[in-house]
Design a protein. Structure first.
Length: 320
């Protein structure tokens, strides 16, 4: 833990140093390590547009998906640390991948300088409305009465919601069969069809079905109730104090980016994220705006990596 903290601190530029007063002098690129159209892409474009509107900076978004977000993340890790190539980072490639992959072409601690977390959201534990469990406690009781007869879907072995489910199963003392899919839509489709017991899903994928009555939300994984589903209790308040699992997005630069560049980018991105118009756009994506300091972002990443490494090790989850 201490070594992780030290490495993160070294990757984060100090407050000193200077940068040319005319930075930026050319377009800034934000690399999104996913295909266009998803939540990460939406966050990058919303933030880029608002910062550009506020400052006049020319900011472009480049999608480089593939290999579990590894390709785009690696591209930024190896980019020049000059402030012109940034990463729209996410919990998957930064916090989860180190826990499940035996080797990665980038080090999420040493190769990046965190700038700010832009957004965060909890997972929603959703079940089919026909399941005879209307609360989390009833779901756990049902699972205990039918050991290993129930199942849960995820977006793949080693995916974030796979580990979230394993963390919950461990805390609840239950066993369920894991059914991996190649995307959230496929898992939710089978949940709607009754082939799955539960899915820990991003909010935007299940909220329409929850509102229609086809799915039932039993809990959210944030410590406090989420604005996207304020009527849904947290896992923590449902009998598992301290339970927390957040998905997040944030902006990171390559390690050794000049301190003044990090400071300037942090100030402008945080300002943009916290504006009411931006918050509303992000809320439409079922996400909460954050906008914290580089130091706070470092501390969060440190905790997140440690959490998921522990979960993956306990559940023996690995990806080649």
């Amino acid at each position: 833990m201490r070594r992780v903290a030290l490495a993160l601190a070294l990757a984060l530029p100090s407050a000193g140093g200077a940068v040319a007063a005319d930075y930026p002098t050319k377009p800034i690129k934000i690399v999104v390590p996913y295909a266009p159209g998803g939540g990460a892409d939406a966050v990058a474009r919303i933030v880029a547009r608002k910062v550009s509107d506020n400052t006049g900076y020319h900011i472009v978004v480049e999608n480089k998906g593939g290999a579990g977000a590894i390709l785009g993340t690696e591209q930024v890790a190896k980019a020049e640390p000059d402030g012109y190539t940034l990463l729209l980072g996410q919990s998957g490639p930064i916090s989860i991948n180190p826990a499940v992959y035996k080797s990665l072409p980038y080090d999420p601690v040493k190769d990046f300088a965190p700038i700010t977390m832009t957004t965060a959201y909890p997972y929603i534990l959703a079940v089919n409305a026909e399941l005879p469990a209307k609360t989390l406690q009833e779901l756990v009781a049902l699972a205990k009465s039918k050991p290993e007869a129930m199942n849960y879907g995820s977006t793949g072995v080693g995916a974030a919601n796979h580990l979230v489910a394993e963390l919950f199963n461990s805390k609840a003392g239950i066993k369920m069969t894991h059914v991996p899919y190649r995307g959230t839509a496929l898992a939710v489709g089978d949940l709607l069809g009754g082939q799955l017991t539960m899915v820990f899903s991003d909010p935007i994928s299940v909220l329409p079905h929850i509102k229609s009555g086809k799915l039932r939300a039993l809990a959210v994984t944030s410590l406090e109730r989420s604005p996207v589903a304020p009527e849904v209790p947290t896992v923590a308040e449902s009998g598992y104090p301290g339970f927390e699992a957040l998905a997040w997005h944030g902006i990171l630069a390559p390690a050794k980016t000049p301190p003044a560049v990090i400071k300037k980018l942090n100030e402008e991105i945080v300002k943009a994220v916290k504006e009411p118009a931006t918050r509303e756009l992000l809320a439409n994506q079922a996400m909460q705006a954050v906008g914290n300091t580089p130091e706070e972002f470092v501390a969060f990443i440190q905790k997140d990596i440690a959490t998921w490494k522990g979960v993956a090790a306990a559940a023996k989850v690995t990806v080649e």
